[in-house]
Design a protein around this ligand. Structure first.
Ligand code: UDX
Length: 447
């Protein structure tokens, strides 16, 4: 929405949320307090806030005034009830639609921006068509529902929005589709704006994420095979990536995929397939998730194995807690499972991340932070100074590919460590030639 405001000065964009604290943070004069860290976002907000970009707590007035409303709420996996553990919870979509039905005036275009199961537009339409209409024709409200899923990735969101691979708009109401297309046409070429029917649009978002996640699980599965056979994943990626049909992107092995989308969307896809009695299709996609979970376990087990079966009382530095670099998002981060496994096995962790706060780590691990010295059980502590943390450490595990970590003085850090010591580079960010020169054992995924 901030990018729309940036590209369309004559359009007034208002963001509303029931969470007043969030709106206060978005309005904060200190731009470092914005609730999301995303490269370039601060600058876009700074350029437009108060001019044509507003953050408001007044849901009623904002909805009344709007010609077009983007429903952009989260759709987490249901934790109870029918479809628990698989289906998406649409309660926030539903309550947003109810608010729109209640407060909207005149004709309003409702754009489904949240990632939703196919046919959710039907639910929104149903709620809106039951809106309490006044008898007076001039006050009558009516709606057009269209779908336009968002394909941005975290960490590159602004770049993705300014120069997207495509924009997708699905819907039957040609006028509504045209109006939304005209917004994007201000900065996106027409051939990148795809128009489809509403169900294809909803489904395409789930499928794009499923294909991307499948690619990561595929390459992670091959990383284990490389380690067993003496092949090197970097060389295999290069060899297969040269094939234009396969392509080079999204083939980096790692500690497993995380983030708020991949797991949720595949679970949702599996649920949909089972709903339509497509068991084989459901099993096929579920395997992408099963592999991802096993891959994370493989990483923690491997670390324990390298220490001859016990990490009890070992001091281990964890570099990176975000699910990928350039974001402070920790949702479904592989770091959660890997660090929990190590703590359960008695390790004493020193966790560093340039953007993730200790509070966030505490919430994810559901475990208080402790001074690690003299503890007999597993524990964790936040470490802002990596060099200091490395004193007498037994291992360093790189879990997020932050650029900062490439620039560490590895020579001095490895000297500080208690021998025999290990570096586990799950993101393959360190050059092997450099690692070889250190007086240290190292492991890189797929090598
Ligand atoms: C994803 C989709 O890319 C985006 O189009 C969609 O709108 C939302 O979901 P995001 O979750 O922000 O975006 O991150 P993405 O870059 O796709 O990475 C997801 C996970 O896969 C991360 O944990 C990342 O580290 C991992 N990954 C990605 C790899 O392990 N290897 C790769 O080659 C690429």
């Amino acid at each position: 929405m901030a990018v729309i405001a940036d590209r369309c000065p004559e359009i007034k964009v208002t963001l509303v949320d029931k969470d007043a604290t969030k709106i206060d943070l978005w309005n904060s004069s200190d731009l470092s307090k914005l609730p999301i860290y995303e490269p370039g976002l601060k600058e876009v907000v700074e350029r437009n806030r108060g001019i044509n970009l507003y953050f408001s707590k007044d849901l009623k007035k904002s909805i009344e005034d709007a010609d077009m409303i983007f429903i952009s709420v989260n759709t987490p996996t249901k934790i109870s009830g029918l479809g628990a553990g698989y289906a998406s919870d649409l309660k926030w979509v539903e309550s947003s639609a109810r608010l729109v039905a209640k407060y909207a005036k005149g004709h309003t275009i409702v754009v489904e921006k949240s990632t939703v199961p196919v046919r959710t537009a039907e639910l929104i339409q149903e709620i809106l068509s039951n809106a309490d209409n006044k008898k007076n024709i001039f006050e009558e409200k009516n709606f057009s529902v269209i779908s336009s899923p968002e394909f941005l990735a975290e960490g590159t969101a602004i770049k993705d929005l300014e120069n997207p691979d495509r924009v997708l708009i699905g819907g039957d109401d040609q006028l509504a589709v045209k109006l939304l297309k005209e917004i994007y046409l201000r900065w996106i070429p027409t051939d990148k704006i795809l128009l489809t029917n509403i169900w294809s649009s909803e489904l395409s978002k789930l499928i794009a994420n499923a294909f991307l996640a499948q690619r990561v699980s595929s390459i992670n599965s091959i990383s284990s095979l490389c380690e067993s056979t003496g092949a090197d994943i970097k060389e295999v990626v290069l060899a297969i990536g040269y094939d234009k049909r396969i392509g080079r992107k999204f083939l980096s092995p790692g500690p497993g995929f995380g983030g708020s989308c991949f797991k949720k969307d595949i679970l949702n896809l599996v649920y949909l397939c089972r709903f339509y009695k497509l068991e084989d299709v459901a099993d096929y996609w579920e395997q992408v998730l099963i592999l991802n979970e096993k891959h994370k376990e493989r990483i923690s087990s491997l670390i324990i194995d390298k220490f001859f079966g016990t990490v009890s009382n070992k001091k281990i530095i964890i570099l990176g807690f975000a699910f990928k670099s350039n974001t402070n998002d920790t949702r479904e981060s592989p770091a959660i499972k890997i660090t929990k496994n190590l703590i359960e096995n008695g390790a004493q962790l020193l966790i560093n991340d340039p953007k993730v706060s200790r509070k966030q780590i505490l919430e994810e691990l559901e475990m208080e932070e402790f001074e690690i010295d003299n503890l007999s059980s597993g524990s964790w502590q936040f470490a802002s100074d990596i060099e200091m943390a490395s004193k007498e450490a037994d291992a360093i595990v790189i879990l997020t590919e932050w650029d900062e970590y490439k620039k560490i003085n590895w020579e001095s850090v490895s000297e500080n460590m208690r021998k025999p010591s290990w570096i586990f580079d799950t993101r393959n960010i360190l050059k092997e030639e450099r690692l070889k020169k250190l007086n240290i054992n190292y492991w890189q995924v797929g090598s």
